[in-house]
Ligand binder design. Structure first.
Ligand SMILES: *Cc1c(COP(=O)(O)O)cnc(C)c1O
Length: 371
C-alpha cells in the first residue's frame, strides 16, 4: 500500500481487477487435502484428450533447437495457416494465445478515452483489454445470454474504435448464425474494427460452420481470431492467430513482442493443424459429453444455456450465493468447475465438458452438493 498518497500508474490501471483463472489441480489438492489423481478439473475449457500425439512428437524434435530464439515471423506455421485458409502470409498474426491477439488489437487501435463495445456476459478479456488501454467500455445488455447484435450496432459511438464479438461465446456458450454476423458487419462503419473471436469454432457441427475468412476478404475492418488452446488441445503452449487484411495485420505486427510465440508452440501448432483425426475425435467426444451433461441437468430440473462450445453454463440455485456455495461443495469432492459471479452470473456455474467418466464424477458430485 502507498503510504503518503503517492500511487503509481494511471487510475485506469489501478482500477483493473485481475483475471480469475480456473483453480489448478495442485492448489485444490493442497487446500482440501485431496489426492491430485482423484481430482477432476472441468474449469478452463481445456481439451479432455490432452494434447495430440502429433504435437508431442513435433515438440520433441524441436527441443534440440531451444538454445536459439524462435522464428520471429513464424514462417512454417503461417505457411500452414496460409494454405488452410487460402490467404497470403501477410494476412496472419500469431499470438501468445489468442488472448495476446485480443490485447494487441486494443493496444494498436484504441487511445485512452475512446470506446470499445462488447456484450454483457461475454469473455472477460474484452473488459480487461479495454481497461488496460484506458478506453471506455460500452457493455451492451445480452439477449437470452448471447450477443444482441442489433443493440451492439446501435451502440456504436463517434469515438468507438473496436467491437469484440465471441462466437460461440464464453461463458454462456451462445451462438450467432452466419447470416446475423453478416448483417451486422454490413452495418458497422468502415473505421470501426470488429474482432470476431472464434475460440470454439472447431466444435461447431458441420451444418453451423461458416467461412468467416471470406468476410475478411470483403471487410478490411474485420479481424478473425482463433486459437490452438481448445479443440487442438494445446492450451499450455499459448498459440493463437488472427486473420485480417494487411493494413490491420501490419499494425498488430508493429506492437507485438518480436518473439511472442515460442519455438515449441510453433512446432506443435503446425502438427496439430494437420491432425484432422484429433480434431474430429475432440468434436465427437464433446458432442457426446454435452448430451451427457444436458441429460443430467434435465433430470435434475436445472436450467442451462444450450451450448455450442466445449462447456455448459448451468444454474444451480436461485439465491445469489448459489454458484459459490455449490462450487465449494464440488471442490470438497475434488471437482473443479468455474463459478461465474465475476461475470454477473452468481447463480450459475460453467462446466467444461470432460471425458465420460469425468462428466459422470461431476454429475454425482453435483447431485450430492444440491442435496
Ligand atoms: C479460451 C478463449 C480464448 C483464448 O484462449 P487462448 O488460450 O488465449 O488462445 C479467447 N476467446 C474466448 C472466447 C475464449 O473462451
Amino acid at each position: 500500500m502507498a503510504q503518503q498518497g503517492k500511487q503509481f500508474g494511471p487510475e485506469y490501471v489501478r482500477a483493473i481487477s485481475p483475471y480469475i483463472a480456473g483453480k489448478p489441480i495442485s492448489e485444490v489438492a493442497r487446500e482440501f487435502g485431496l489426492d491430485e489423481a482423484a481430482i477432476v478439473k472441468l474449469a478452463s475449457n481445456e481439451n479432455p484428450l490432452g494434447m495430440p500425439e502429433s504435437a508431442r512428437a513435433a515438440m520433441a524434435a524441436a527441443v534440440a533447437e531451444l538454445g536459439r530464439y524462435p522464428d520471429a515471423n513464424g514462417f512454417e506455421l503461417k505457411a500452414a495457416l496460409s494454405a488452410r485458409y487460402d490467404v497470403p502470409a501477410d494476412w496472419l498474426t500469431l499470438g501468445n494465445g489468442s488472448n495476446d491477439i485480443l490485447e494487441l488489437a486494443a493496444h494498436a487501435l484504441v487511445k485512452p478515452g475512446e470506446s470499445i463495445i462488447y456484450a454483457q456476459y461475454s469473455f472477460a478479456v474484452y473488459a480487461l483489454a479495454t481497461q488496460e488501454v484506458g478506453a471506455r467500455a460500452i457493455e451492451v445488455p445480452a439477449r437470452d445470454y448471447g450477443h444482441d447484435l442489433d443493440a451492439m450496432a446501435a451502440a456504436i459511438a463517434a469515438d468507438t474504435r473496436l467491437i469484440f464479438i465471441a462466437n460461440p461465446n464464453n461463458p454462456t456458450g451462445t451462438f450467432l448464425p452466419a447470416a446475423d454476423i453478416e448483417a451486422f458487419l454490413a452495418k458497422v462503419p468502415s473505421d470501426v474494427v470488429v474482432v470476431l473471436d472464434e475460440a470454439y469454432n472447431e466444435y461447431l457441427d458441420p451444418e453451423l460452420q461458416y467461412e468467416s475468412v471470406n468476410w475478411v476478404r470483403k471487410y478490411p475492418n474485420l479481424m478473425v481470431s482463433r486459437t490452438f488452446s481448445k479443440a487442438y488441445g494445446l492450451a499450455g503452449l499459448r498459440v493463437g492467430y488472427a486473420v485480417a487484411q494487411p493494413e490491420l495485420t501490419d499494425l498488430l505486427n508493429r506492437i507485438r513482442q518480436p518473439f511472442n510465440v515460442n519455438s515449441l508452440a510453433q512446432a506443435a501448432a503446425v502438427a496439430a493443424l494437420a491432425d484432422r483425426e484429433f480434431l474430429s475425435r475432440s468434436a465427437t467426444l464433446n458432442r457426446e459429453g454435452k448430451a451427457q451433461l444436458v441429460a443430467a441437468f434435465q433430470r435434475l430440473g436445472l436450467q442451462y444455456v444450450p451450448s455450442y462450445g466445449n462447456f455448459v453454463l448451468v444454474r444451480v440455485g436461485d439465491d445469489n450465493d448459489a454458484g459459490a456455495r455449490v462450487n465449494l461443495a464440488l471442490l470438497k469432492q475434488g471437482v473443479i468447475v468455474r463459478p461465474v459471479g465475476n461475470y454477473g452470473l452468481p447463480q450459475w456455474l460453467r462446466v467444461t465438458i470432460g471425458l465420460p467418466e469425468e462428466n459422470a464424477a461431476f454429475i454425482a458430485a453435483l447431485e450430492k452438493a444440491l442435496g
